[in-house]
Design a protein around this ligand. Structure first.
Ligand SMILES: Cc1cc2nc3c(=O)[nH]c(=O)nc-3n(C[C@H](O)[C@H](O)[C@H](O)COP(=O)(O)O)c2cc1C
Length: 206
């Protein structure tokens, strides 16, 4: 659709240039023809913008939860996938995305879930190290609900440092916590289970 609208605009502009090459038309008619062609190009541009907005709105309406993950060695991604599956089993539509790609995603109806591991010394893993490159990237999410599953290891001084930082940044940006970040030591299954129970509890509350 985008390329069709762009092609239409280019054709109109080319036709406008062509009209000025024609020596058959009087100057007045050239002006009228050019104005008509440019108006048509503007109409196409407006139509395209409106269509784009309608599409992103429709997509946003169709996703209940966006599940973003930040991982170094894959555990967080696997748990994000498992979270999506569990949500789908409960009848929700969930979409998984790398945390670094969050800015381009539509807002989900029920909220944002983040599964984030910690790397380095309390640092972001590679798939989550540029999620805040755009300052106002969280603005569209203001007022939306969120929850964080933070993966880490108690042997490090900054236990779950990145997940905790993500949760605090989301809250400072105006998102509303569904519950406190769930901290997980060495992918402990009991803590992961607690995360699923917390999510399930939210469904029953709504
Ligand atoms: C090099 C390295 C640095 C780590 N640094 C931390 C840390 O600072 N704090 C923490 O809680 N866990 C730390 N961890 C533990 C990981 O966060 C944990 O193993 C996690 O489950 C890995 O998840 P992933 O597979 O999604 O990357 C570190 C692990 C590695 C290998």
């Amino acid at each position: 659709m985008k390329s069709l609208a762009a092609a239409g605009i280019v054709v109109m502009l080319a036709a406008t240039a062509w009209v000025w090459q024609l020596e058959l038309l009087s100057a007045a008619r050239q002006w009228v023809a050019s104005a008509a062609l440019l108006a048509y190009a503007a109409m196409l541009a407006v139509y395209y913008q409106r269509l784009k907005w309608q599409l992103s709105h429709a997509l946003a309406q169709s996703v209940d939860y966006l599940v973003a993950y930040a991982t170094e060695t894959g555990t967080a991604r696997a748990l994000a996938q498992k979270t999506c599956k569990r949500l789908e089993q409960c009848g929700f539509c969930a979409q998984i995305v790398e945390l670094n790609q969050l800015a381009g995603c539509p807002i989900a109806k029920r909220g944002l879930l983040v599964v984030a591991s910690t790397s380095g010394n309390g640092d972001a893993p590679r798939t989550g190290n540029s999620w805040l490159i755009e300052n106002n990237s969280l603005q569209p999410w203001q007022g939306a609900c969120f929850a964080v599953l933070a993966l880490g290891d108690r042997n490090y001084s900054q236990f779950c440092g990145f997940g905790i930082a993500v949760a605090s940044h989301l809250q400072q940006s105006g998102l509303l916590p569904l519950f406190d970040p769930v901290l997980v030591h060495q992918a402990d299954p009991q803590s992961v289970d607690f995360w699923f129970r917390q999510l399930k509890h939210q469904h029953h509350r709504k």
